[in-house]
Design a protein around this ligand. Structure first.
Ligand code: UTP
Length: 309
């Protein structure tokens, strides 16, 4: 069955929540947001900004909390540093420093208190208005390899929203013992292999209560109706206003009321930089994949493992 386009409204805006406390990474995150932790030589949040820009989203809103300065500084010009590099004729580093301020139109809004991801998204409403928009969690780094190899995950999600309307979440299959770490979706298949309809969502379920092994990962395309729902969403798990709870409500709704919710099944690589062990794995994988570092790092890593193993 062919699906006719129901939404030609171009998605231009991306919201990047970065106001969480990052308690799993203390003490590093005491005075620095976890989004600024370096993955090789770029902060995690820069990869996410680059991904949004690559998907055609040029208007970015960061939702920041305490210690937001380093994020703002990172995406701003750094005149003294640029001048010092220019004096040294270090054009390569000068380019790297300048690049971050030229990537996109970056705006900021402050979340006064970390009342949950749903609340962080609600803080974006005055900037986003009545348009559909993307949400990218900056501690989730997304690699390639999709069922649909023609598009990155985010591009595919935007495409699905434009074809079908509603909201779109990204789902990744995880082992049963890991479902309790994620939001988890009950799904029905559609005529398209990588697209499902989401019939229910449960935040961090016990393994025997999980509706499936399809876990919600940190990319969303939201219908603006999510704001109205979030306003009425009571604090859920952990006393926080959960985005999952608002999407659960939208999943039950008709298209005329901001529903439904679709899922794009992602089978590529995803890196969670929000906890220590996954962060270390991420840094190693990214470094090994880098042509300027991998050839030197990999033999060292092999030798290290041989000696310690
Ligand atoms: P997490 O669930 O990873 O929570 O947030 P956290 O507080 O950042 O980290 P831990 O669990 O204490 O270690 C997922 C995303 O939502 C943002 C975070 O910055 C992260 O990008 N977030 C979370 C907010 O912006 N505001 C909040 O109130 C909560």
């Amino acid at each position: 069955m062919s699906v006719s386009p129901v939404d030609t409204h171009q998605i231009r805006k991306a919201v990047v929540p970065a106001a969480g406390l990052g308690t799993r990474f203390l003490p590093a995150t005491k005075a620095m947001p976890k989004e600024m932790l370096p993955v090789v030589d770029k902060p995690a949040i820069q990869y996410v900004v680059e991904e949004a820009v690559e998907a055609g989203l040029t208007d970015l809103l960061m939702v920041t909390g305490r210690s937001k300065r380093s994020i703002e500084d990172h995406f701003d010009r750094a005149y003294e540093l640029e001048e010092a590099l220019r004096m040294k004729n270090d054009t390569q580093r000068l380019h790297a420093v300048r690049e971050t301020s030229a990537l996109a139109n970056v705006h900021y809004v402050r979340q006064g208190e970390p009342r949950g991801l749903g609340h962080a998204v609600l803080c974006a409403e005055p900037h986003v208005g009545a348009e559909p928009f993307a949400v990218l969690l900056s501690d989730d780094l997304i690699g390639g390899d999709l069922l649909n190899e023609d598009a990155t995950l985010l591009k595919r999600m935007i495409q699905v929203r434009q074809e079908r309307g509603g909201s779109v979440i990204a789902l990744m299959e995880v082992p049963p013992e890991q479902v309790s770490l994620y939001g988890c979706a009950a799904i029905d298949g559609t005529e398209t292999a990588d697209v499902v309809t989401v019939t229910d969502l449960v935040e961090k379920p016990a393994p025997d209560e999980a509706p499936s092994r399809w876990a919600v990962i940190g990319r969303y395309v939201c219908d603006p109706a999510v704001f109205d729902v979030l306003r009425d969403t009571a604090p859920g798990r952990g006393g926080e206003i959960q985005l999952t709870d608002a999407l659960r409500e939208l999943a039950q709704r008709e298209p005329s009321e901001g529903g439904p919710v679709y899922g794009v099944l992602f089978r590529g690589r995803r890196f969670d930089t929000g906890n220590k062990i996954d962060y270390l794995r991420t840094v190693i994988e990214y470094a090994v994949d880098r042509p300027d570092l991998g050839p030197e790092l990999l033999p060292w890593l092999r030798e290290f493992v041989r000696q310690r193993g």
